[in-house]
Ligand binder design. Sequence first.
Ligand code: PHB
Length: 416
Amino acid sequence: MSRRMSGEKGPRVTRRALLTAALGGAAALAGGAAGGRGGTGQPFRVPAVLAASTGPVKLGVLLPYSKVYQQLGEDITSAMTLYFESVGWTAGGRRITLIREDEDIDPQVALRKARKLIEGDNVDLMTGLVSSASALAIRDLVHNTKTVLVISNAGANAVTRGRRSPYIFRISFSNWQTAYPIGGWFYENVARSCVVGGSDYAAGHEDINAFKENFLAHEGRVLGEVYPPLNNTDYGPYIAQMQRMRPEAVFVFFAGSDAVRFVTQATQYGLLKEARLVGPGFLVEEDVLPAEGRNALGAYSSLHWALTLQKPENLAFTRAYRERWKREASVFAMQGYDAARVIVQALNTTGGDTVNKTGLIEAIASVKFTSPRGAVAFDPETHNVIQTVYLRQVREVGQALHNVVFADLGVFRDPG
Ligand code: PHB
């Protein structure tokens, strides 16, 4: 119990209710516990830790609202809002309130913001994180403070492998899941050799390593690797480096404004006339595709969702998102929508109890549903999502460019 909460006054309850709560049944107190007197006839106050389970749920949201991944953060937030609106901002009998902080791209800033949410705002649980670097930076804080976290993007493998925590769930993907599956298909269908590269931080390196793991096992040959910094503006020197290796194809991890700049400049400098463009789907996802325009036409990618995925759940989601926000959904929006759904379903299961961590963790672990992307469930061992990975190509759909799914690579569970 935090010092700040312990000073607060709470509703009055019976000793029996307190005992039940202490034994793990704090949910019994949620939503209007009866006030009363103990055996001595003395009224007493419910400890703040229990009162914390009856007011509005404070959901700490840590997402980028500036720099390279700003749009990703906005898309996740918009779709979370859409889902929470659909349940009237209530779950398990409690109102849901958001406390938002900007994740930035500096992991130290993310750590400071996470500390503010956990220790300053006393959030009941947390969601968000776009960057692998910030997920790695806040992992120990989240684990040590027993804060339940539902990650809605950041793919850092370790967070659901060697540094996994009972408190951490990931409904988005592991970096391995977005790049390993396409390696064999690339060898058979695109090129036997290629240049690889990506933003120079955890996600770029993990994606490329996962791709190489599969591509090299198929006897593919990597001509060279190029890693520009994250949040970069001038890709000229890096593109020149790639061109000197004369690749037939490039496999690259870039997202957000980095993806727009790389694709635009790779076209300007002629790389995309010489080499096919392939990567994890973020490279040409719906958030960046309008800015990339025809430069991205024909690009292949792998991802666990596409706007054009023909599933009833996806048609309903993409339509609702379009009506609400007057723009197309993206994979990030889809992940935000699902993260909100995980939280709502779990709170409904616990009757709004966020204090009994074991109960909350069990409730989240057992969430499974048909997402706009297809069936999803958490791996009981790692808490990472198990899902289908699709092959997509940027094609003209009516007047616009979109990612069209032309095959699926199967269901993937991170090896853990
Ligand atoms: C990550 O840092 O894990 C990350 C960021 C942006 C993406 C995908 C992964 O689009």
